[in-house]
Design a protein. Structure first.
Length: 368
């Protein structure tokens, strides 16, 4: 089943129970730490829409609490009764054996987990010092109490419910915080996201887009792509979207000239190659079918697939707009759209989801 269709189905059923793998969190956060070792120092980090007893975000940050110099870690979870009824409910021993356990609240209330001090007096702050309690409500990120936590935080990190991504992203933006969240790749063309990408106020995280991301899902899930060690996993076309800087985005893409590409590109036999460098019929923009075929000697507007964003270096290219089929009003004056069909068209055929970019004259890319 094509991955977009899979995501669409997940959205329709509101199945949001996809758990991020530890290695994916670690790889992404390592990129931020490598670029700025103090990125989390003295910061309050909020992990909303989490389930610390099952998910890896809290585990990862609790394990690295001292190393990163974090001031306070807060995670919140969503009540079982507020999730679709097919989602299995199973309180952990961590909850049931705690003096805070409340039979009346366990299904109907969200939980809050806080790490900020050495509660067990073993001279270190780690996962064993997590304190928890029930929230007043169900832990909905839109609730007043979770919104208050958002306002207290410096950085918000999570894999939010896919079905509520736009609400969630807008909720973060209102507070003007640093963030790193997992999203469907096509979010980059949403009207809530694209303007930020264009203005360099949000960008793709470190993790490559190719191959999508694998999430573990619930034991009773019927929609999954593989089983490993009796655990079900689903692959979705996901990415990290963030406003935390990392080194990859400052590495220019190594490029060749248009002539060199015509002779040596590895894509020459690919069916999409036949349209390379042709001008669209309805935009003053040339078609670039693959990111690594962007010529380094063309200074006008180029139409690239959205996957360009996982290689984009803002010192090398300027994003000037996107084709009108992604959302009206974003193609920008430099693309000179003729105002008719919103798709980029070549030989009567439509190209989908093209972003428009221009080389920065001052860029110092590698020409080899
Ligand atoms: C994609 S899962 C990710 C879970 C965890 N953050 C992780 O990455 O492993 C999203 C979680 O958000 C929860 N959720 C759904 N709607 C929510 C809402 N309105 N407010 C808070 N959490 C919600 C879902 O039940 C699910 O557990």
């Amino acid at each position: 089943m094509p991955s977009n269709e899979k995501l669409h189905r997940a959205k329709k059923q509101k199945n949001d129970e996809f758990y991020t793998q530890y290695a994916d969190i670690e790889k992404e956060m390592n990129a931020y730490i490598e670029y700025n070792p103090d990125v989390f120092r003295d910061k309050t980090i909020l992990l909303p829409c989490d389930d610390p007893e099952w998910s890896n975000f809290t585990k990862y940050f609790a394990q690295n609490f001292e190393r990163f110099g974090i001031k306070k870690l807060i995670s919140t979870s969503y009540a079982a009764n507020s999730k679709p009824k097919e989602i299995p409910y199973q309180p952990t021993l961590f909850e049931t054996e705690s003096p805070n356990f409340d039979k009346k609240k366990t299904r109907s209330h969200g939980k809050i987990f806080i790490l900020e001090r050495d509660t067990n007096k073993d001279k270190k702050i780690d996962i064993n010092d997590l304190e928890w309690n029930y929230l007043k409500g169900d832990g909905d990120f839109r609730s007043k109490e979770v919104t208050k936590l958002r306002d207290e935080a410096d950085i918000i990190i999570t894999n939010p419910p896919f079905s509520l991504f736009i609400d969630f992203f807008t909720w973060i933006l209102k507070a003007n915080k640093k963030f790193a969240v997992i999203a469907n790749k096509s979010c980059v063309t949403y009207k809530e996201v694209f303007p930020l990408i264009m203005k360099n106020k949000a960008w793709s995280g470190r993790e490559e887009w190719a191959g999508g991301m694998w999430f573990s899902t619930t034991d009773n899930a019927t929609d999954f792509d593989k089983i490993v060690d009796n655990k079900k996993y689903k692959n979705t076309p996901s990415m990290w979207i963030t406003n935390i800087d990392h080194g990859r985005r400052h590495q220019p893409i190594p490029l060749m000239t248009m002539d060199e590409n015509r002779r040596y590109s590895k894509h020459i036999k690919h069916p999409y190659w036949k349209d390379a460098y042709k001008k669209y019929e309805n935009y003053e923009v040339i078609e670039i079918p693959f990111t690594d075929s962007i010529p380094n000697d063309y200074s006008d507007t180029m139409g690239v697939p959205i996957s360009f964003l996982d290689k984009h270096c803002p010192e090398q290219f300027r994003i000037i707009g996107m084709a009108e089929d992604n959302g009206r009003g974003y193609s920008g004056a430099e693309s000179k759209w003729d105002g008719k069909d919103p798709h980029c068209i070549i030989d009567g055929k439509k190209k989908f989801k093209r972003l428009f970019i221009k080389r920065k004259e001052s860029s110092n890319e590698n020409n080899s």
